[in-house]
Design a protein around this ligand. Structure first.
Ligand SMILES: [Zn+2]
Length: 440
């Protein structure tokens, strides 16, 4: 690849693009009044696309909540389009907790540091670097590629992917498949072999509020109908409950391949023993064999000596594919008849199979750049913009390729302190994506 001023190599340019994006603070607090930067980031991306001749449009869902969409025309109009999506917002970061300022985009020890470095301005920058290189050198993909850079993924995507899907559906005409976060990253088995986890499933998002009602009263009196007490009992039952293990096809395929490669014995009745031996990724995989329900917020009362009439708690539940209704029934039984359940967010789980031409193209691109690559399917315990795009019938994968050093605890970096991406990993990702997007 050439590397002069007019035609920078995409593997060089990706570092600058990612750094620029990291320096734009796009903190999403979940509140329009305090979320910042998405408009600036969207303008930056749109400018980088239009600069090389692509028509990029900004779509705002609310003031400042900006999304960018562009379409690259393929050479074969008979083929369906591929959607490539990445969000531009990030979760908050407290500079006092970090080794470097989270919005400085500093390069240190071979890493590019900053909030969003792996979630997911790295992928945003990789895709920009690849398509800018194509535009400069006259490369056209076989199929149409729709690029979507979204707002608001970190707070449920109402101002981002869901807005685009509901209000600008035509932008995705012809898209049958998609790639986005969180997949394609490596996990070292030994010096010569690496698993690459490709997301083919993700858990459902079932955020709910528990409401307890009681009789308001004076804090000094005997009182047998206290909303705080009732709520606390229900929250404790939910928080301590362990839902039964259910192994879905994706998790089964993952565990079978991984245990064979690692030489771990896999008991299908007790997958958690095998999962516990996976080291840092046990955190990710462990949450994909059962429904989960974690209490996250409590609210009640307004004065120290007044018993309130109401108390509420928020529970972050994540359901396995096809289990959302069952989870609701399980929760109703746990909290009992006197506690009301209100859903704040309910987005279904996704699951697709690990086969077909697109999967073959991903696997081939990984193996071409890393001969020790073993692509495996896995289920993400969190949710992504794929939930919104799947409503259009699009088959979604998590494929943001990154080769990681063996000692890096990758899963801890998501929303974590000192989030950073290896510079070589970014460059690897560009090479894989370039190959994949040309051939898929
Ligand atoms: Zn993300």
């Amino acid at each position: 690849m050439t590397s002069d001023a007019t035609r920078p190599a995409p593997t060089d340019e990706v570092v600058d693009l990612c750094r620029d994006l990291l320096r734009i603070d796009t903190t999403n607090t979940g509140d329009n009044d305090t979320s910042v930067g998405e408009r600036r980031a969207a303008e930056y991306v749109a400018e980088k696309l239009t600069e090389v001749g692509l028509a990029a449009e900004i779509h705002e869902s609310a003031p400042g909540r900006a999304n960018v969409v562009a379409r690259i025309a393929g050479t074969d109009p008979g083929r369906p389009a591929l959607l490539v999506h990445g969000h531009l917002d990030v979760v908050p970061a407290d500079p006092d907790e970090w080794s470097v300022h989270p919005f400085s985009g500093e390069i240190r020890d071979g890493y590019l540091w900053g909030r969003g470095a792996i979630d997911m301005k790295d992928f945003d920058a990789m895709v920009l670097a690849v398509v800018r290189h194509w535009q400069r050198t006259g490369v056209r993909p076989a199929r149409d590629i729709v690029l979507a850079y979204t707002a608001d993924e970190e707070a449920g995507s109402d101002y981002g992917a869901h807005f685009l899907v509901e209000r600008h559906r035509d932008l995705f005409d012809g898209c049958t498949e998609a790639i986005g976060e969180v997949g394609g990253f490596s996990y070292s088995v030994n010096d010569s072999q690496r698993l690459y986890l490709i997301e083919t499933a993700e858990k459902g998002l079932d955020w709910l509020r528990l409401h307890a009602k009681g009789r308001p009263g004076h804090g000094s009196m005997v009182h047998d109908d206290n909303a705080v007490t009732a709520l606390a009992e229900a929250v404790a039952r939910v928080g301590r409950h362990r839902f039964p293990v259910v192994v879905t096809p994706t998790v089964r395929a993952f565990l079978e391949q991984v245990s064979e490669l690692l030489g771990i014995e896999l008991d299908p009745e007790d997958p958690e023993t095998a999962i516990a031996k996976l080291g840092p990724i046990a955190n990710i995989i462990g949450a994909t064999v059962r429904n989960t329900a974690n209490p996250t917020r409590l609210a009640a009362g307004y004065k120290d000596n007044v018993i309130p009439g109401r108390a509420t708690a928020t529970i972050d539940c994540r359901s396995l594919p096809g289990q959302s209704e069952l989870l609701e029934a399980q929760l109703r039984e746990l909290v009992g008849p006197d506690i009301a359940i209100e859903y704040i967010q309910r987005q279904p789980a996704l699951e697709t199979t690990f086969d077909g031409d697109l999967v073959d193209a991903m696997s081939a691109a990984l193996r071409a750049e890393d001969p020790g690559a073993h692509p495996v399917p896995y289920m993400l315990s969190g949710g992504t913009d794929a939930k919104a795009f799947s409503k259009l019938g699009i088959r979604c994968f998590g494929f943001a390729p990154l080769r990681l050093p063996p000692d890096l605890n990758f899963s801890a970096l998501f929303h974590g302190i000192d989030e950073r991406v290896p510079v070589e990993g970014l460059q690897f990702g560009v090479r894989v994506l370039d190959r994949f997007l040309r051939t898929c």
